[in-house]
Write a protein that binds this ligand. Structure first.
Ligand SMILES: [Fe+2]
Ligand SMILES: [Fe+2]
Length: 196
C-alpha cells in the first residue's frame, strides 16, 4: 500500500510524470465541483454550496495551470494519455461517493454530499499543505496557498453542517475514514505503477 510521500519521492525526479499527476488532481477537483452541483436539487442550492463549487473549479484551474507550465503546454485535456492513473483517480472519487451511499442504506442526498465531502476535504487537508512545500522546491512557490486555505474552510463548513444532521453514520465516521484511506492507498499504488 503506497503513500502520497512515496509517490512524491518518485515524481519530483520526473517532471513529465509529475505534470500528469498535477493534471490528474485538476481532474479530481473538477469532478468534485461537478459532484457538488449534481448532488443537489436546484431548489435547495445555497450560497455556500455555490461558493464551494466555484472554489473547486478554481482549484481545478490552478492544478491545470501548473500541469501546463510543467509540461510546456502539452497537457491540455483530461484524456488518459494526459493523466497519471486517470482511471484510478476516477475510481477513487466515485467509490467514496458510492460507498457512502451504500452505508447510508436509505438514500439521503444531503447527508451523502456532506459525508463524501468530509472524507475528501480531510484528505485534501492532509496532503495539500505538504504538497505546497514540495511544489515550492520544484520552482512553483506557494502555488497551492489559496487552495490550502479554502480546503480548510470547506472542512470547517462541512463539519459544522454535519452537526445539524442526525444519523447513526455520523457516529461511525472512523469506519468511513478507514474506507477512504484504503481507496486512497489503492489510488497511490496505481500512480506508482503508472510511473514505473
Ligand atoms: Fe478543492
Ligand atoms: Fe474543497
Amino acid at each position: 500500500m503506497a503513500s502520497f510521500d512515496e509517490v512524491m519521492v518518485q515524481l519530483v525526479k520526473r517532471p513529465a510524470q509529475h505534470a500528469k499527476f498535477l493534471n490528474t488532481l485538476s481532474l479530481l477537483e473538477y469532478i468534485g465541483a461537478r459532484k457538488i452541483l449534481k448532488s443537489q436539487e436546484a431548489s435547495t442550492i445555497t450560497g455556500e454550496i455555490l461558493g464551494h463549487a466555484a472554489e473547486e473549479i478554481r482549484h481545478a484551474q490552478t492544478f491545470k495551470k501548473l500541469a501546463l507550465k510543467m509540461s510546456e503546454g502539452l497537457l491540455e485535456t483530461y484524456q488518459d494519455e494526459h493523466l497519471l492513473a486517470g482511471v484510478g483517480a476516477r475510481q477513487y472519487i466515485q467509490a467514496i461517493d458510492q460507498g457512502v451511499a451504500a452505508k447510508l442504506k436509505v438514500p439521503h442526498a444531503a447527508l451523502n454530499y456532506l459525508l463524501t465531502t468530509l472524507l475528501i476535504e480531510e484528505r485534501a487537508n492532509r496532503i495539500y499543505p505538504g504538497y505546497d512545500l514540495i511544489l515550492t522546491e520544484c520552482g512553483f512557490p506557494s502555488a497551492l496557498k489559496a487552495i490550502v486555505r479554502e480546503e480548510n474552510t470547506h472542512l470547517h463548513d462541512v463539519r459544522a453542517a454535519l452537526q445539524h444532521m442526525d444519523n447513526q453514520l455520523i457516529q461511525s465516521l472512523d469506519e468511513l475514514r478507514v474506507f477512504e484511506a484504503g481507496l486512497f492507498s489503492r489510488f497511490m499504488d496505481q500512480v506508482l505503477q503508472a510511473i514505473h
